[in-house]
Design a protein around this ligand. Structure first.
Ligand SMILES: [Zn+2]
Length: 176
């Protein structure tokens, strides 16, 4: 297993629509192991393959509490098949938009269908944090970021901030 570098704003790859996985092979299995390790190390509660630069429809999630043993879950080609009318608001962050948090309102529960890492089809009813994380991560597979769910004013501000930081880094200056 190995840690993979996480790409951040304004990397244009974050806007790619990831492609469906046709075959679960050793290469994919290794990527999944790396993604789980990278998510735990970050630490984060979810990670989509595109965040480590791979535009394929796979994500890993772990919503275990800090005092619980890790419980990584793998979703291959995930699809949301039902959304609740009831909505919930969480303060979200993203490993690809470091140190920025904003409240996002989404459906409170979702039913999702996906293959597990062995290629077995599973369907889960997700509520609470897991429902939010799944929607956030599946958005990544379609090139959508959580800042797309906040006001344009706030979104433009955070994008500009990251563009400036990237430019400074490119100019060889240190970001303090
Ligand atoms: Zn994210």
């Amino acid at each position: 297993m190995a840690l993979r570098p996480i790409i951040t704003l304004p990397d244009p790859k974050l806007r790619l629509v990831s492609r469906k996985i046709e075959r679960i092979d050793d290469l994919l299995s290794r990527l999944i192991d790396d993604m789980i390790e990278t998510m735990h190390e970050a630490p984060g509660v979810g990670l989509a393959a595109i965040q480590v630069g791979e535009p394929i429809r796979v994500l890993v999630v772990d919503v275990a509490k800090k005092d619980e043993p890790p419980q990584p879950q793998v979703f291959v080609n995930p699809e949301i098949v039902w959304l609740s009318e009831e909505r919930a608001t969480y303060e979200e962050g993203c490993l690809s938009i470091p140190e920025y948090y904003a409240e996002v309102e989404r459906p409170a529960s979702v039913r999702a269908r996906a293959l597990d890492r062995d290629g077995k089809l599973r369907e889960i009813l997700a509520e609470g944090l897991l429902a939010t994380v799944l929607q956030h991560e599946i958005d990544h597979l379609d090139g959508v970021l959580f800042i797309d769910h906040i006001s344009k004013l706030k979104r433009d501000r955070v994008i500009k901030k990251f563009q400036k930081a990237a430019k400074r880094a490119g100019d060889g200056q240190h970001v303090l």
